[in-house]
Ligand binder design. Sequence first.
Ligand code: HEC
Ligand code: HEC
Length: 471
Amino acid sequence: MKPYPVERVPTIMISRAAAVVPLVFGLCFHGAASAGEARAAEGDFASGLQRLLSQPYLPPDFDQEVFDELWTTWEEPLRSRAAAAPVEERRLMAMERYGMLPRPNDPARPMQYVVGPDGRWAMNCLACHQGQVGGRMIPGLPNSNYALETLTEEVRLVKVRQRKAFGHMDMGSLLLPLGTTNGTTNAVMFGVALMRHRDADLNIVTRPPRFDLVHHDMDAPPWWHYSKRKTLYADGFAPKSHRMLMQFLLVKENGPEKFQEWEDGFRDIEAWIESLKAPRWPHAIDAAVAREGEQVFRRNCAECHGTYGPDGSYPDRVIPIDEVGTDRVRLDSLTAQERADLNGSWFGHHGRDAEGARDRESPAGYVAPPLDGIWASAPYFHNGSVPTLWHVLHPAARPVIWKRTPAGYDEQHVGLEIEAAEEMPPGRLIAAERRRWFDTRQPGKSASGHDFPDALTDAEKKAVLEYLKQL
Ligand code: HEC
Ligand code: HEC
C-alpha cells in the first residue's frame, strides 16, 4: 500500500505565507486594508500553521505503542496484510484507515495529530480541517476521510489490552457519538456539551449531565472561505474572532488561564486561516461553455452566492430554512439560549463582538456559502450529504446511500468518486465498514432541498457546472 501522493504542502504554505506578510502590512500602513487584511495583520500567519502542527492544545488521546498495535483490531484480510508488513508501512496503513495524512517531511506522523517527544498523540484542528482531494493536500481543505469514531473504538480496545487508562476522547465517546459517517463529525454538539460546564468567564462549573443534545454530523467548511465570511458557522450565528476558534479546546483539563495564555497564538492561527486562498481547478475547462455558465449563474445563483472574479462581491445571506429546504436538524439543534451563552462568554468578548448584529440567537436558516474552490470541497451541503456538484445540480438524481472511494476524484461529475446504492449492503456490517456509507435516510443526513437548479435546462446545468470549476 502506498501513502497518498501528497505535495510538499507545509513548505509551500510557509513560503507563500511569508511572501504575503509584507504585502498585508504594507496595505495596513497605507490605510487601504480591508477589515479582513487588518485582522490578519494582528497575527503572524506563517507561525499560525506552525502552532497547529507543533503545539498540543488538547490532552493526548493515545501513545505510539497504542497506535502501533491498532492493526491487531482490524478485520481480515487487512489484519494479515498489516501483520506481514514492515512497521513503517503498517503505520501508513493505519493513517489511511483513520483518514490521517502523513506529513510530507515526516511521514511517520500525521498532519492531524501533534506527536510529542514522549510519543503521545494529541489531536489538532487539522483532524477535521485538513484533507486531500484526488491525493493532493490543499491548505484548509476539510478532511472528508476522518474516521474519528472508528479510531476511538479501536484505541479503546488496544488500551484495555495494554492496561492503559482511558483518555477524554475514550470517555466522551461513551456518552456521545463522535460521527456516524467517516468525514463528518458531531463537532457542534461536542462544543454545546462542554460549554454547559463553563460560566461566561470559562470557569468550570459542575452541572448535572443532560441528555437533551440533538446529535448530528457535520461536514467542516473549507477554511479558505473564512476571509469572505462575516460570521461563522452554517447558520452564521457566531461572530468571527480568534477567540471563537478556541471553543474546540474546552476540555476540562484546560481552565480559563489556558485560554488567556493561548490567546495570542490563536491570533496567529486566525491570521493563517484568513490568509488561505481557494485552489484552482487542475484540469481543462471549456472556456466558451464556462462563459455561458457564468450568465446562467448570474441570473439564478448570484443573488445568494455572490459574484466572482476581480469585481466579485459576496452578500453573506442567511436563507430561511423553508426556502432552502436542506436538512434542518443542525438549525434546530442549538437553542437561542445556547447561542446567546456562547456569544455572551469570553469567546464572544462578553457579547461585544455580536453587538448590533440582528438574529444572532435565532437564525432563520443557513448561510449561502461562498463557492470559491467549490470543486475541491466535496461532499456538499452543511451535512456533507451530496457527493458531487453534478448531484447538487440534479436534486432528483442524488444517491440515497453512497460510499466514496478512499481518494478517487470524479472529474466528470466534479466531486467524490462514489458507489451508490438504494439499500445498505445486506448482512451485518462491522461498524468500521458501516461508517464508510452515507445513508441520507438517517436523521440529520437528508440530501433533499436546494431545488433552485430545477429552474435550469439541462444545457444550462452543464454550463453552470463548467463555470463552477473555475471559481
Ligand atoms: C472534530 C472536528 C473538528 C475539529 C477538531 C475542529 N473543527 Fe472547526 N469545524 C468543524 C465543523 C463540523 C464545523 C462546522 C460547524 C458549523 O457550521 O456549525 C467547523 C467550523 C469551523 C470554522 C467556521 C468556518 C466557517 O466558514 O463558518 C472555523 C473557522 C473552524 N472550524 C476552526 C477550527 C479551529 C481553529 C479548530 C482547532 C482549534 C477547529 N476548527 C477544530 C469541525 C471541527
Ligand atoms: C435562495 C438562495 C440560493 C440560491 C438561489 C442558490 N443557492 Fe446554492 N445554497 C444556498 C444555501 C443557503 C446553501 C447552503 C445549504 C446547506 O448547507 O444546507 C447553498 C449551498 C450550495 C452549494 C453547496 C456549498 C457547499 O459548500 O457545500 C452549492 C454548490 C450551491 N449552493 C450552488 C448553487 C447554484 C449553482 C445555484 C444556482 C443554480 C444556487 N446554488 C442557487 C442558497 C442558494
